[in-house]
Design a protein around this ligand. Structure first.
Ligand SMILES: [Zn+2]
Length: 470
C-alpha cells in the first residue's frame, strides 16, 4: 500500500482503408504471403511513397473522436531501426509534429484521462518462425496505423482496461478499424512504473508488449506492478526495459533494454511534404461524424426513458443502438431493449453473427412486441414464435397463423378448461380449500397445459382464484 502505479498505454490501430498508406497495394487480410506487395512497400531503392488521402480522413476522425486538436501542418519522420521484417530499415512515422494531439477520454467515474497524441505511421511486415528458420511476409508492410499515446494518468489496472474499452468503442463507432485484438488490428503496449505514494517524481518505467487481449493487458499490468514492488522492496532498482507478456505463464519477461528516442535518429521524411490540413477539410469530416457512444447513451435515456444499464448495453456497439432506434418508441422501448439484450443477442452470439445480419429484422421484432403488448400472444408464446422467426426469417404474424398460436382471451374457452382441470384434480382443490394457497400455481400450470400455453396467464390466474374462492 506504500506504492502507487503510474500507467500509460500506447494503442496501435490498423485502419480499414482498402489500400496501404503509401502505395496502391491491397490491405486484404489473409491473402497468400507476399502477394499484396510492390516496390514501394518492399522498400526498393528509389521507390517513392504517396500518401493515401483516406488515411488522413481516418486520422482526423480519430483525432476528433478522442477530443484532440488537429494540426494544420504535421510532418512525417523517419524512425530508423533494423528489423528483418522492415525492408527500408526505417519506419515512416511522426515525431514532434503529429497530425492530432492533446485529447482526452472520460471514465465512468468521471476521471479524465489525457491523450498525448494520435499520430499516423506505417506498419512493419511479419516474421513467421518455422522449425528451420524464419520466413518474412511483406503483406503487412506499409499498412496504415494510428498510434494513440495516452498520458500516464492511470493508477490501477482497471483504469487501463476501461480506457482501452472506451477507445475501442469510439474507434468502432467511427468505423475506421474492426479493432480485432486477436487478429492484430488493435494492439496495445503498456508503460508501467511505481513510486512511493508521497513522491511526485515518476519512477523508472518498463514497457510491456505482446498483449493480445483486453484481459492480458489487465493481468500483465497487475503482474508488473507486483514485480516492480518486489524489486524495490528487496533493495533492487527497476531498470528501463521492454518486457514481453508470456500469456501461458502469466508473467512478464525481459526482452531488451529500452531504447531512447534519440536512438532512432528521427528526421523529417524527405520523400513526403508536410501534411497540410485546411479548416474546410476538418469541417467536412466533422459533418460526417456519428454521435459518439457517451452522447448516444444519453440520447437513448432521454428519448426513450431507458435505464442507464439498458442504454449502456445498447450503445456498446453502434449497430445495437442503430437496430434499436430503427423501431423504438416510448411505448415499446423497455420491452424492445430487453428482447434485443436477452433473446436476440444470445442467439446471435451463439451463431457468431452480427446484428446487421440478424435473420429477425428490427421491424419484425417490433411487430412481435406489438403482438405481446396488445395481448394477441403471451410473452411465453412469443419466445416460441421468436425461435421460429430466427430460424426461418418469417414474420411473427405468419408463424402465429401457421401454428395457430393466438392467445385465448375468450373467457368461455378458459372457463371450460378450468372446469376440466378442477374436475380431474379434486385432491388439489381440497388442499387449496384447506389453506394450501400455493397449490394455485400448480393448477394454473395445468390450465395452461390444457390450452397448449395459449390462454392468457393473467386471466387464468384471476378466474381460477375466483372459482376456488367462491
Ligand atoms: Zn505496395
Amino acid at each position: 500500500m506504500k506504492y502507487e502505479a503510474v500507467i500509460g498505454l500506447e494503442v496501435h490501430v490498423q485502419l480499414n482503408t482498402n489500400s496501404k498508406i503509401f502505395c496502391g497495394c491491397s490491405t486484404q487480410f489473409g491473402n497468400s504471403p507476399n502477394s499484396n506487395v510492390c516496390p514501394v512497400c518492399t522498400g526498393m531503392p528509389g521507390a517513392l511513397p504517396v500518401l493515401n488521402e483516406e488515411v488522413v480522413n481516418s486520422a482526423i476522425k480519430i483525432g476528433l473522436g478522442l477530443g484532440c486538436k488537429i494540426a494544420q501542418e504535421s510532418v512525417f519522420a523517419r524512425k530508423q531501426y533494423f528489423y528483418p521484417d522492415s525492408p527500408k530499415n526505417y519506419q515512416i512515422s511522426q515525431y514532434d509534429k503529429p497530425t492530432t494531439y492533446d485529447g482526452s477520454v472520460v471514465l465512468k467515474n468521471g476521471k479524465k484521462l489525457g491523450i498525448t497524441r494520435a499520430h499516423i505511421e506505417e506498419d512493419a511486415g511479419k516474421l513467421i518462425h518455422i522449425q528451420d528458420g524464419s520466413l518474412v511476409d511483406f503483406n503487412r508492410t506499409t499498412m496504415p496505423l494510428i498510434e494513440i499515446v495516452s498520458e500516464p494518468d492511470m493508477r490501477i489496472p482497471e483504469e487501463a482496461y476501461e480506457y482501452l474499452m472506451i477507445v475501442k468503442q469510439i474507434l468502432r463507432y467511427l468505423e475506421v478499424s474492426d479493432c480485432n485484438m486477436e487478429e492484430g488490428s488493435l494492439r496495445c503496449d503498456a508503460n508501467i512504473s511505481i513510486r512511493p505514494k508521497t513522491q511526485e517524481e515518476l519512477g523508472v518505467k518498463a514497457e510491456v508488449k505482446n498483449l493480445n487481449s483486453f484481459k492480458a493487458v489487465q493481468k500483465a499490468i497487475y503482474y508488473e506492478i507486483e514485480r516492480q514492488i518486489d524489486v524495490v522492496e528487496s533493495g533492487g532498482k527497476v531498470i528501463q526495459e521492454t518486457r514481453l507478456w508470456d500469456e501461458k505463464k502469466e508473467i512478464t519477461l525481459s526482452m531488451r533494454s529500452k531504447e531512447e528516442a534519440h536512438d532512432y535518429r528521427y528526421f523529417p521524411e524527405p520523400d513526403l511534404p508536410p501534411l497540410v490540413i485546411s479548416t474546410e477539410w476538418i469541417n467536412k469530416i466533422k459533418a460526417s461524424m456519428p454521435i459518439l457512444p457517451s452522447r448516444r447513451k444519453e440520447k437513448l435515456m432521454n428519448d426513450y426513458g431507458l435505464s442507464e444499464y439498458d442504454a449502456d448495453v445498447l450503445t456498446n456497439e453502434k449497430d445495437f443502438a442503430d437496430y434499436f432506434e430503427t423501431v423504438a418508441t416510448r411505448r415499446n422501448a423497455k420491452i424492445l431493449a430487453n428482447w434485443i439484450m436477452v433473446e436476440l443477442l444470445a442467439k446471435l452470439n451463439k451463431k457468431n453473427q452480427n446484428i446487421q445480419d440478424s435473420p429477425v429484422s428490427a421491424e419484425n421484432l417490433a411487430k412481435l412486441i406489438f403482438l405481446i403488448q396488445n395481448n394477441t400472444i403471451s410473452g411465453k408464446i412469443a419466445k416460441i414464435v421468436f425461435e421460429e422467426m430466427f430460424l426461418q426469417g418469417k414474420t411473427a404474424d405468419l408463424i402465429i397463423k401457421e401454428k395457430n398460436l393466438v392467445q385465448i382471451t375468450d373467457t368461455k374457452a378458459i372457463e371450460a378448461a378450468i372446469d376440466d382441470v378442477l374436475e380431474v384434480n379434486k385432491g388439489a382443490v381440497a388442499e387449496y380449500k384447506a389453506g394450501k394457497i400455493k397449490i394455485l400455481g400448480f393448477m394454473v400450470g395445468k390450465v395452461m397445459q390444457k390450452t397448449q400455453g395459449k390462454a392468457n396467464p393473467g386471466l387464468v390466474n384471476k378466474m381460477l382464484k375466483e372459482k376456488l374462492d367462491a
